[in-house]
Design a protein around this ligand. Structure first.
Ligand code: FAD
Length: 677
């Protein structure tokens, strides 16, 4: 028999859920030769995760498709808290905003996972020839650790098997819905085949497909990302484990068009009944409402809950009891599922910084705070540009260690948050102050408010590392070693001047405020200018350019940056000004007091083909139609003197310094940037 065909690829992604698609989207933007395979023959069409946090929307906007989600989704503005009165009858006890006002230009929205995956697929197609290869199952992984540090090597060898349509289409057990009279004989989609209550079918598929002797191929890869969900085959192949516990809770999820007299059905609600449990209500797109109900894994007699008993009717009946005296029924059910929650984090997120794990493959938790899909996408949003920068020879491999140090900490925080949150969501309300077993509704409200900041994704604060120049302990990789030890020596450490910009935190994402284009007066949210295309940014807060001294400082800065010997010039010399490190300027003088072309060229470079670049200099001034962004005030930057800010390709802030600190900034870049000459 002829040996299977062999090919080479820079990045192999296993799994085309939210984490895999985000990784592929980065690769599509950074021109990386990539393959993405998924064992399923079709994508998710409905159900599964649905909440998009405001940070995730900012990220989708950086890839230019947040508007699609924003337009189609249901927007959640308010949370209503319901709990029993003295007579044990539920009533609304409070209302709080769903997203903390002012933390982002987006608020939390809800749209099912299948639609979000569609937006990714369209975007990947628009920017590359990467296509998800469905019905393709990796069945063997070999890793040659001796080649891990050789940049041009392909240390990963994977055998892929192409499945038949039948093998790639999992059987859906519709038995528990077929008997449902409310559905008039039509069975809704259910997510049980993807649920962890159903056995994982990967090994079965491999066995069956081998017996069929279907076609196989060998792929040699420089990098591999395992985004293959909670049962992760990739994780098992590299021998990594998950730490934590399986909880005693099964979550039932039901997507219906409700027929009800419950007054807050179009609000996000947390309802605690006196004795019948609790429910979360999530109003969705297309008149749908999602009900989340927690079921304990054992019934009253101590026997385990039978999987076959869990179905839409069971979930509905629980909801009806909790929401009594309000009525609830439905004619249309779109999807339902049930799954058991493990609160677990992977022991390691990467093997020699060549094979990485992301998303559910390295953390699982409850769906209550709507984090699963968001945190999974944010994992590969953190990782994708790093792998692409190394492959494109822009950065050294040292930056790859920061994936684990940054994201494992987020995963650990998430599990801790989920522990606290689970207790509050599932407990029974306290009858009075003496009832210590019950949940105090005051505590619940306060936790909800605090939890909202965490859940928004905005609070993520990466620790000190080779790409985050801040004070404090160097971030640990998770195995106890400090990240910088691999990327550079400690003596070469750089710490940015945090006090120059109180509203911009080193390690956190760059906030967004409105600024105007100096050349055409158009208002922009500053984040809109930080597209995800792999570029680093130096943001020059140029201060008040009417002031002669300040003008001189800016001129000197322009001269320093333009020196051919700087890393900025040498990095950009490969593909032209701003191609690797982009310089964006915001000044605080009145727009009409400044002429763009008087600024040194480095701030608005000239090209023979296209003339001056008019899209690099901005001003913090009043717009004609959209008010004043007060960017300097909001960013906490001195409007006279300004400062310099370095922003990573994923919008996180790396370093802050004065306009004179170009040498220090160079030292920062010098720790991981590779100049071409
Ligand atoms: P996944 O979305 O699981 O994607 C993994 C992908 O890898 C899948 O496409 C799978 O087919 C593929 N794959 C798996 N194994 C292999 C293999 N061996 N080879 C090739 N491909 C493979 N979150 C919420 O916030 N709210 C919810 O209500 C909710 N409901 C859920 C219901 C179910 C049934 C499930 C499974 C998850 C639910 N989640 C929910 C969680 C949420 O969907 C996940 O957190 C999120 O999808 C994680 O994204 P991911 O890309 O890491 O993994």
């Amino acid at each position: 028999m002829a040996p299977p065909p062999t090919s080479e690829v820079d990045c192999l992604i296993v799994g085309a859920g939210p984490a895999g698609l985000m990784a592929a989207t980065w690769m599509s933007r950074c021109g990386i030769k990539t393959r993405i395979v998924d064992k399923r023959g079709t994508k998710v069409f409905n159900g599964q995760a649905d909440g998009l946090q405001c940070r995730t929307l900012e990220i989708l906007d950086s890839f230019d498709f947040a508007h699609r989600a924003w337009r189609e989704s249901n927007h959640m503005l308010e949370i209503c808290l319901w709990n029993p009165n003295d007579q044990g009858v539920i009533r609304r006890s409070d209302r709080i905003p769903d997203t903390i006002p002012g933390i982002s230009r987006y608020q939390q929205v809800v749209l099912h996972q299948g639609r979000i995956e569609r937006f990714f697929l369209d975007s990947i197609k628009e920017h590359s020839n990467i296509e998800v290869e469905r019905g393709v199952l990796p069945e063997r992984l070999e890793f040659d650790a001796s080649k891990a540090e050789d940049e041009d090597a392909y240390p990963i060898t994977v055998r892929l098997r192409h499945l038949t349509d039948e093998e790639a289409t999992p059987h859906q057990d519709l038995s528990s819905t077929a008997t449902n009279p409310a559905l008039n004989g039509s069975a809704p989609q259910n997510g049980m085949f993807r649920s962890n209550l159903a056995a994982d079918d990967t090994e079965d598929l491999i066995r069956k497909a081998r017996a069929e002797a279907g076609s196989t191929e060998i792929v040699k890869a420089k990098y591999m990302i395992g985004c293959d969900g909670a049962h992760s085959w990739t994780r098992r192949q590299i021998g990594f484990t998950m730490e934590g516990e399986q909880t005693d809770y099964i979550w039932g999820v039901l997507d219906i068009i409700p027929i009800t007299n419950f007054p807050d059905i179009r609000m996000r609600c947390a309802i605690h009944s006196a004795n019948s449990g609790s429910i979360m209500v999530i109003p969705r797109e297309n008149k749908l409402v999602r009900l989340y109900i927690q079921i304990t894994t054992t019934e009253k007699d101590g026997n385990p809950v039978e999987r076959a008993k869990i179905g839409p009717q069971m979930i509905l009946k629980s909801a009806q009891k909790i929401m009594h005296p309000y009525q609830l029924t439905y004619e249309y059910c779109d999807w339902w599922t049930a799954y058991q929650i493990g609160q677990r984090v992977g022991s390691n997120f990467s093997l020699n910084e060549r094979v990485f794990l992301a998303g559910d493959a390295v953390h699982t938790h409850s769906p209550k705070a709507g984090q699963g899909m968001n945190v999974s996408m944010q994992d590969t949003f953190n990782l994708g540009w790093k792998i692409a920068s190394v492959l494109n020879k822009i950065c050294t491999r040292s930056i790859l260690k920061t994936y684990q140090s940054e994201r494992r900490r987020v995963a650990q925080d998430l599990i801790a948050f989920d522990h606290r949150w689970s207790r509050l969501c599932s407990g029974r309300p306290a009858k009075d102050v003496m009832d210590e077993e019950g949940i105090s509704m005051k505590e619940f409200k306060s936790a909800f408010e605090k939890g909202n900041m965490f859940a928004s994704g905005i609070a993520v604060d990466y620790g000190a590392s080779v790409v985050v120049a801040k004070a404090g302990d160097l971030a640990e990789q998770g195995d106890g070693t400090a990240v910088e030890s691999a990327g550079g020596d400690h003596k070469n450490r750089v710490v940015g001047k945090q006090d120059l910009a109180g509203g911009i935190q080193i390690g956190m994402r760059m906030p967004s405020f409105q600024v105007l284009n100096q050349a055409d007066a158009r208002p922009w949210q500053f984040q809109e200018l930080l597209k995800s295309n792999g570029r680093w940014r130096v943001v020059v807060f140029a201060g008040d350019l009417r002031d002669a001294e300040q003008w001189a400082r800016l001129t000197s800065l322009g001269e320093a940056l333009a020196q051919p010997s700087t890393l900025l010039s040498r990095c950009n010399s490969r593909a032209g000004p701003n191609s690797v490190i982009e310089v964006l300027t915001i000044h605080s003088a009145p727009r009409t007091a400044i002429a763009l072309l008087h600024l040194p060229d480095i701030f608005h470079p000239f090209s023979e083909r296209e003339g001056w670049d008019y899209w690099k200099v901005f001003v913090d001034d009043l717009s004609y139609h959209e008010g004043h962004g007060h960017a300097y005030q909001n960013y906490g930057v001195d409007p006279l003197k300004g400062c310099l800010v370095v922003v990573r390709p994923d919008q996180y802030v790396s370093w802050i310094g004065e306009l004179e600190d170009v040498g220090e900034m160079e030292r920062f870049f010098g720790r991981f940037m590779r100049a071409s000459a």
